[in-house]
Design a protein around this ligand. Structure first.
Ligand SMILES: [Zn+2]
Ligand SMILES: [Zn+2]
Length: 381
């Protein structure tokens, strides 16, 4: 079981950003590999701390984690936000990660005051992240699938190529604030800064706005995005499609698209983690004498040996016939719950055979005579 990220850092859910950071700093220093050479346990702890911090220090990931728990960030088994890219080359990329280089980079950033990833001017121009929800069948979750997600998203305006100026003309420095975006005013002893009214604080003005996007540099358009759903996804699995969010402004990178998976229920099947549960009914004779049964699964069937003397309510486990574990090679198991059918009606010959059987079991006196009609009442009622 994965430990709760808040527990890992020894903080509460309501901890402020600064508390999260300071808790991480303290623990990271204590368990840092440099301070604990060759100590495997410390290394594992260090990784755990970094993973927790990677999620909790990122507003979006934290929110997903708060809502969906480990499932959101882990999928159904693997951890899509760490350990690189489990789906290799399929267009999915996950940020963060716990490989050793990343850890050192984080530490370096931390001590130089703030993470590079989350600071700097560029970040503010980055396009917004978008969210799309897809509903997948058990079959899709079992085998993987490709979906086309329809989503309105901001795209760089083709008319001005994102500059916001007519025919691609570049914005000019604002003559009122000389590009700073602020105007200093003094009042008595005080001097204070005010947002420049001419450019609205951007420091730039567009003389001749692009008529297509009215100077915004981007246009909201309906978009079809192909998304590959890897085998093994579960309810709540969140996939990130890098760069498929809103376009960034001024050449900044696009945001990401987060695809949240929902699993359509399927009659007679139930998913629990990566395991698949189903039910079958066998006859009294099959249960008593044993049989081989073709158990239907999502896509086909699997032969299961049922031992002689199997009673109703028995659950058999068939290894590796469940769902693929997300980002891994192995699979969950299949659990087959067995019910034993009792016939609702029998013909005379069948009743007689059962009567003779009951006799051999000592349930009926040896000298009793079978009478069609009524023996059930007489001996079993
Ligand atoms: Zn434009
Ligand atoms: Zn200005």
């Amino acid at each position: 079981m994965k430990r709760d990220y808040y527990e890992v850092l020894g903080i509460t859910k309501s901890a402020a950003d600064s508390e999260i950071k300071s808790a991480y700093r303290k623990l990271a220093l204590k368990y840092h590999p440099d301070k604990n050479p060759g100590n495997k346990e410390a290394e594992e702890k260090f990784k755990e701390i970094n993973e927790a911090y990677d999620i909790l220090s990122d507003k979006q990931k934290k929110q997903q984690y708060d809502t969906f728990g480990h499932d959101a960030v882990n999928g159904a088994g693997g951890n899509p936000f760490s350990g690189g890219n489990p789906f290799g080359g399929g267009g999915f990329q996950y940020s963060g990660g716990v490989d050793i280089n990343d850890i050192f980079e984080n530490l370096g950033d931390m001590f130089s005051g703030g993470s590079r990833r989350r600071s700097g001017r560029q970040e503010t121009n980055r396009g917004a992240d978008l969210r799309a929800d897809v509903e997948v069948s058990y079959n899709d979750a079992m085998n993987g699938a490709e979906f086309t997600v329809e989503i309105p998203k901001k795209e760089t305006c083709g008319s001005c190529r994102g500059t916001g100026g007519k025919d691609g003309s570049k914005p000019k420095q604002c003559p009122q604030c000389h590009g700073s975006g602020q105007i200093r005013r003094s009042s008595g002893f005080f001097s204070f800064a005010q947002t420049c009214s001419r450019c609205g604080g951007s420091g730039q003005i567009i003389d001749n706005p692009c008529p297509q996007c009215r100077g915004a540099g981007a246009i909201k358009k309906r978009n079809s995005i192909k998304v590959r759903i890897p085998a093994g996804v579960n309810e709540g699995t969140t996939l990130r499609v890098s760069g498929s969010g809103d376009a960034g402004s001024n050449g900044a990178p696009a945001g990401d698209l987060f695809v949240v998976v929902h699993l359509k229920p399927m009659a007679n099947f139930q998913r629990e983690g990566d395991n698949l549960h189903t039910k079958i009914s066998i006859t009294f004779a099959q249960a008593s004498m044993g049989t081989e049964y073709d158990v239907p699964i999502i896509n086909g069937s699997v032969k299961v040996k049922i031992a002689a003397g199997t009673s109703a309510g028995t659950t058999l486990r068939v290894r590796e016939q469940g769902f693929p574990r997300l980002g891994r090679r192995d699979k969950g198991d299949l659990y087959v719950n067995i019910d034993v059918k009792i016939p609702k009606s029998m013909n005379d010959a069948q009743k007689k055979a059962l009567f003779e059987y009951a006799k051999t079991m000592g349930e009926i006196p040896k000298d009793a005579q079978y009478q069609s009609d009524g023996f059930f009442k007489k001996f079993f009622g």
